[in-house]
Design a protein around this ligand. Structure first.
Ligand code: SF4
Length: 333
């Protein structure tokens, strides 16, 4: 069985872009692959944050993931900082990572431009830690969206350089491309992202969700209620494809293209389907939130399982590097 690795930052709350674009895929993959799903808190600390808030953010992300269908008996769900081998391997991989390649990473440039007072070295070497995340578990498959393809390409280059320098150690991970249609932010502009304020959070109140949907961008060419619209260029219709059944989607298409329905009618239908899904997740989340000790146990068990694999990998890696002769290997942490 091939191994999959994927990570998510403990943002404190999943939004529908995360849910539709990543987490639903993770749920499907856990039945077909040996999956490691990681809450990547070490990546999160490259951005300004409040340390006292981090434990809550991590626990809430774990609760959200399980409520959305991640099954800790099928997938290994754990927190990155609970497995110190991630940072150890990242340092080693950094020794074969071309400096110039890191400087070319689009995400580094974007984050630096958005937050010029916080251009730190962790942000710069972030993709090396991502490479360590994947390679520590021998993952050969990585679910990637368009925005992560460049980082995965760099992981593959790091593998080639490493294997050429130290001998065949790692397999080049391959992308697991998603067939999920691209979900734009509610403003219809680019990616759905919490920092851009164009998302719907999974924990948002129904009235707030409706306020956001009512204002969401539609087919820009449909200026009046009497104009026919084109669902294929409308982000609201993209959301219908996830939250509405086939019959409802056909009704939207027919109503939109003939101006038989207005965009507000269409959004009310979307709200119905969306709330059905989100309320089911909310019920599960409430059950889990009432048992915080159970979440801690799940994460501790995940860290134990992940660490057993990580330790084995690091024993091999230290030997490759000639770093295993002067201490007791595998005792870090
Ligand atoms: Fe989009 Fe629906 Fe309006 Fe058509 S009717 S433009 S699919 S919101």
């Amino acid at each position: 069985m091939e191994t999959v690795f994927s990570g998510i930052q403990p943002s404190g709350e999943l939004h529908i872009g995360n849910y539709l674009g990543a987490v639903r895929t993770w749920v499907a993959l856990q039945d077909q692959y040996r999956c490691f799903y990681c809450i990547v808190d070490l990546h999160a600390i490259t951005q300004p944050y409040e340390p006292a808030e981090m434990p809550r953010r991590i626990r809430e992300m774990a609760i959200d993931l399980i409520a959305c269908g991640i099954d800790p008996t099928k997938a290994t769900l754990f927190v990155q900082s609970a497995v110190p081998e991630h940072t150890e391997l990242a340092w080693m991989l950094a020794s074969v990572t071309p400096f110039g390649e890191l400087g070319r990473m689009t995400q580094f440039k974007d984050k630096s431009e958005r937050n010029p007072e916080n251009i730190n070295a962790g942000l710069f070497t972030y993709p090396v830690l991502q490479a360590a995340d994947v390679l520590l578990y021998g993952a050969t498959r990585v679910p990637v969206g368009e925005d992560q393809r460049q980082h995965l390409e760099l992981v593959r280059e790091i593998v080639r350089k490493w294997n050429a320098r130290f001998g065949d150690t790692f397999a080049e991970p391959q992308p697991l491309l998603s067939s999920t249609p691209k979900i734009l932010g509610l403003d219809g502009q680019g990616k759905m992202s919490k920092s851009l304020g164009n998302t719907i959070g999974l924990r948002e109140a129904d009235a707030k969700i409706w306020d956001k949907l009512r204002a969401a961008a539609t087919d820009p060419a449909r200026a009046r209620r009497t104009d026919p619209g084109d669902p294929d260029v409308c982000n609201v219709f993209t959301l219908h494809r996830f939250f509405s059944d086939d019959k409802r989607q056909q009704d939207v298409r027919a109503g939109c293209t003939t101006a038989g329905i207005g965009c507000i009618d269409c959004k009310k239908w979307l709200l119905e389907g969306m709330l059905g899904d989100l309320q089911r997740i909310a019920r599960r989340r409430d059950e889990l939130a009432a048992q915080p000790h159970k979440i801690d146990e799940i994460l501790a068990d995940g860290a134990r399982r992940a660490r057993a694999v990580a330790r084995e990998t690091m024993t091999r890696i230290r030997a490759r590097l000639g770093l295993d002769a002067h201490g007791e290997p595998g005792t870090t942490g």
